[in-house]
Ligand binder design. Structure first.
Ligand code: 9MR
Length: 575
């Protein structure tokens, strides 16, 4: 199988910020440097220079050169880069190149909501749909949900929240990191950037039903998930009260397409787990401090849930998720020490209470290296605590606070070094082991670290690293593929989804603009990818086909990383 990868000059198909770095990669047989030309929309040469041979790139197996045209800063649309007889896809140079991406990436979450009608007047008729999973036949959930395999003798109303991904499952561990990254996107406007930037995330900036309620829409969106996470907590008086059910999903897998309101499968709660409990503790604690100015009662409710969860997790530190099978993902995690650290950090940041400080400083993660080369994710959450301790005002002793902040900067230095060593300019090592399921979000999470280092230090090199770090996501890669629907000349649009299943059922839409695909996965963990792509070099291990769930799904924790980064990028532009 040889994919059509288009012109051999690879650019960020969305574009470049006028004051930002501008790099491209050329796939070529040439070993010697050659000339390049930047042309405007009219075809005039506006800049030129010479390529830098980079040899064979491990992640793609390609012989490549890089081109640096950072010095050209004139805004415009329809630029192309010409080199080695090839003309790139067109791109813009503009301060507003990422402006709309902030809201597109966030809008995904409303369209992914469970338990509420999606209003076509808000998001377009093609995305309108009835409420799903409110106990209306043929649905068998989510208002009165039993436990799988007698894991409990009660039923819970666990309506609401977001569907995890292309399936209709709702998983607390993954909901946790996703809602945290939305809240952190908002919290960043209080800690790192000007009030003008905060205005971009104010009330009535998203197309959600709650717009106009005097609460920032991004917090309204987060609340939809937080309410669900709290419903997953074991009620007082029941065994393991205060713990949180790991997940709830269909008893059997459904096929594609399947609209939520048509899902006939029994919905089941899975047993409580320490990981899920700590995800609630962390995110509900963050909820408490962010909602306090808007809704004191809800903030209190969050704090109570967080404290109760944390206490329950400490009393039950070894309840690992059990894989009982059924029609949902596992989300198992054998090490919850990082979740303990994250939860203690969030509770400390919201309460300044000594016991949480004692716990977080006693954690090995407080002084350990939490910033892996391959980034953080739903199963490795220590970085979430560390980033917040570095950015959110707190009372850590000054020397410790300084060390925490420095650890973010040190990690960013490493990601910068990686990015410079990669011919495609991404902050991810080039070995096959670095390209795994959902890895696009790990790349973006490394960009979060680079961006946070810029917020902490104001040093332009970190900002440039963050800006360059997304080129890969928008098409500067072996496949010439933008991984965000609606963004770039050749963008993913057939992601694995039961709701947005256009490729399988043309009466349904493609995923909405701003949907991130999981990305190249050398593990080839689904049959479609395995059959088609066996033997692929890492960056080639991707296909924009609806059946390839392990390379091409949508997921809330991936779009939350995109949303954080998009918001940062939008803030770096002008206008
Ligand atoms: O994103 C998850 C990835 O890190 C795991 O390797 C993979 C296999 O366990 O599962 C992914 O999560 C999927 C979940 O299990 C079910 N809903 C869709 C998720 C995205 O593919």
């Amino acid at each position: 199988y040889t994919p059509d990868t288009g012109p051999r000059v690879r650019v960020n198909q969305v574009g470049y910020l006028p004051a930002g770095p501008k790099n491209a990669t050329v796939v070529t047989a040439a070993t010697e440097a050659f000339g390049w030309q930047l042309k405007n929309a009219g075809g005039d040469v506006v800049a030129d220079g010479t390529s830098t041979p980079r040899g064979v790139d491990a992640a793609s197996g390609q012989n490549v050169h890089t081109i640096d045209f950072t010095g050209f800063r004139t805004a415009g649309t329809g630029y192309t880069l010409v080199a080695d007889g090839q003309t790139s896809h067109p791109f813009d140079i503009s301060g507003t190149v990422y402006k709309q991406l902030r809201s597109d990436a966030l809008q995904f979450f409303y369209i992914q909501r469970s338990g509420i009608e999606i209003d076509g007047d808000l998001v377009g008729e093609e995305y309108a749909r009835p409420a799903g999973h409110l106990g209306v036949a043929p649905n068998r959930g989510d208002t009165d949900v039993p436990c799988r395999a007698s894991a409990c003798d009660y039923r819970l109303d666990v309506r609401g929240g977001w569907y995890d991904a292309g399936d209709h499952g709702k998983y607390v561990v993954n909901g946790g990191i996703a809602v945290h990254q939305l809240m952190s996107t908002f919290e960043r406007t209080k800690t790192a950037v000007t009030a003008a930037h905060g205005a971009a995330l104010a009330d009535s900036t998203l197309r959600v039903p709650e717009r106009g309620n005097n609460v920032p829409d991004i917090l309204d969106e987060a609340r939809w998930e937080l309410e669900f996470l709290m419903r997953m907590q074991v009620p007082a008086g029941k065994p393991l009260a205060g713990m949180v059910h790991h997940k709830m999903h269909d008893a059997n897998w459904t096929g594609i397409p399947m609209q939520p309101e048509d899902d006939p499968e029994l919905r089941e709660l899975h047993p409580p787990s320490t990981a899920a409990t700590l995800n609630l503790a962390a995110t509900a604690a963050q909820c408490a401090r962010l909602f306090a100015p808007y809704d004191a009662a809800f903030a209190d409710k969050c704090l109570t849930a967080a404290r109760t969860a944390y206490t329950a997790a400490k009393a039950n530190p070894g309840k690992l998720a059990q894989d009982l099978g059924g029609g949902g993902g596992g989300y198992g995690d054998a090490d919850v020490s990082d979740e303990f650290y994250w939860a203690a950090a969030e509770l400390y940041l919201s309460t300044a209470e000594q016991p949480y400080l004692t716990d977080l400083t006693a954690s090995p993660h407080h002084t350990g290296d939490v910033f892996a080369a391959t980034g953080f994710g739903w199963g490795s959450t220590a970085a979430l605590g560390r980033l917040d301790l570095a950015t959110v005002p707190n009372l850590l002793p000054a020397a410790d606070r300084q060390r925490v902040r420095q650890s973010v900067v040190t990690a960013a230095d490493r990601y910068l070094a990686t990015l410079k060593a990669q011919a495609y300019g991404l902050p991810l090592p080039g070995d096959a082991g670095s390209y795994f399921w959902g890895g696009n979000s790990n790349i973006l999470n490394n960009v979060v670290v680079l961006a946070t280092a810029f917020d902490l230090t104001g040093k332009a090199g970190y900002r440039d690293g963050a800006v360059q770090g997304v080129d890969y996501i928008f098409g500067r890669n072996a496949l010439n593929q933008s991984y965000v629907t609606g963004w770039g000349e050749h963008a993913s649009q057939n992601q694995h989804s039961r709701i947005f299943a256009h490729q399988a059922d043309p009466s349904t839409p493609h995923p909405p603009a701003g949907s991130l695909a999981g990305g190249a996965n050398a593990g080839l963990d689904d049959p479609y990818a395995k059959d088609l792509l066996e033997g692929c070099k890492p960056q080639f291990c991707y296909v924009d086909h609806i059946e390839s769930y392990a390379t091409n799904e949508v997921a809330i924790n991936w779009n939350s990383a995109l949303a954080w980064v998009a918001s940062f990028l939008a803030d770096q532009g002008t206008g």
